[in-house]
Design a binder for this molecule. Structure first.
Ligand code: SAM
Length: 241
């Protein structure tokens, strides 16, 4: 496989997804050739003349469910698009991607998972759910992983997919101009990131702490560690080891 990481998003809402993928760091990562993004419109795999993708739930209840056939076809298409007999001649070119269904019922995604995924080379396919979710038969078997971005419910899987992509891509070598920055960030170092200040030196009567203007790097480091620890103790004491 080439070293360019591939991410595929299957969604009913390609425009907003493309908007985010083509902005800021994610756009730069593409321009540098570090990542490749493909967005597949689930509607293109829909049923019949009207490209229908959803239907009423068996057994009653409110809301609509994504039908299994369009999702299955979109996943097949994604898998086939990853097939590369030149790079991967042994398995007939097949590459096994990680397939992720963002779901509030999934395992909660943490920074450690972002690091783990950033160290893999396999492509990641995100299947963004909508309505009341997808037909359960798509999830049976163990090839699709369910991952949650937190204990709350969103309208669709687009924002979770983008969150996970962004958190992984910014860790890939060469994406950020300062590669050390991510090592000390919140959830990567021992404490939260420290409080940051920039100009002006006085804002609304509040001054930048003297120590940051002192040029004494040992004291600055100590001040930052103390403040980061203080905040973590106040806000997320359970994270302090
Ligand atoms: N009926 C589902 C339930 O109660 O578990 C919620 C469906 S939600 C309205 C629609 C879609 O949003 C889901 O299929 C999933 O893809 C996505 N989603 C919602 N909350 C999420 C979360 N916390 N993490 C990841 N994906 C989420």
């Amino acid at each position: 496989m080439d070293s360019c990481r591939t991410f595929i998003v299957i969604t009913l809402f390609p425009e907003p997804v493309l908007g985010m993928l083509n902005s800021s760091i994610l756009r730069k990562a593409q321009e540098k050739g570090i990542v490749r993004f493909t967005v597949l419109n689930l509607r293109d795999f829909g049923n019949g003349r009207y490209r229908s993708t959803d239907d009423y739930p068996y057994g009653g209840g409110g809301g609509m469910i994504l039908r299994p056939e369009p999702v299955f076809r979109a996943l097949q298409f994604a898998r086939e698009s990853l097939c590369d007999p030149v790079e991967n001649p042994l398995q007939g070119g097949m590459v096994q991607p990680r397939i992720v269904y963002p779901s509030p019922q999934g395992r909660v995604f943490h920074q450690k998972d972002a690091w783990d995924w950033s160290l893999e080379s396999r492509p990641i396919v995100f299947l963004a759910g909508h309505y009341e979710g997808i037909d359960e038969r798509i999830l049976l078997g163990n090839t699709i992983e369910e991952w949650s971005v937190g204990d709350y419910v969103l309208t669709g899987g687009e924002l979770p997919a983008l969150s996970m992509i962004d958190s992984v891509v910014r860790l890939l070598p060469g994406v950020l101009s300062d590669p050390h920055a991510v090592r000390n960030e919140t959830f990567s170092g021992d404490f939260f990131d420290y409080p940051q200040y920039t100009r002006p030196p006085v804002f609304e009567g509040m001054e930048v702490p003297d120590v940051l203007l002192s040029g004494d790097h040992a004291r600055i480091g100590q001040f930052r560690r103390e403040k980061a620890r203080e905040k973590m103790l106040r806000v997320r004491p359970e994270l302090l080891k």
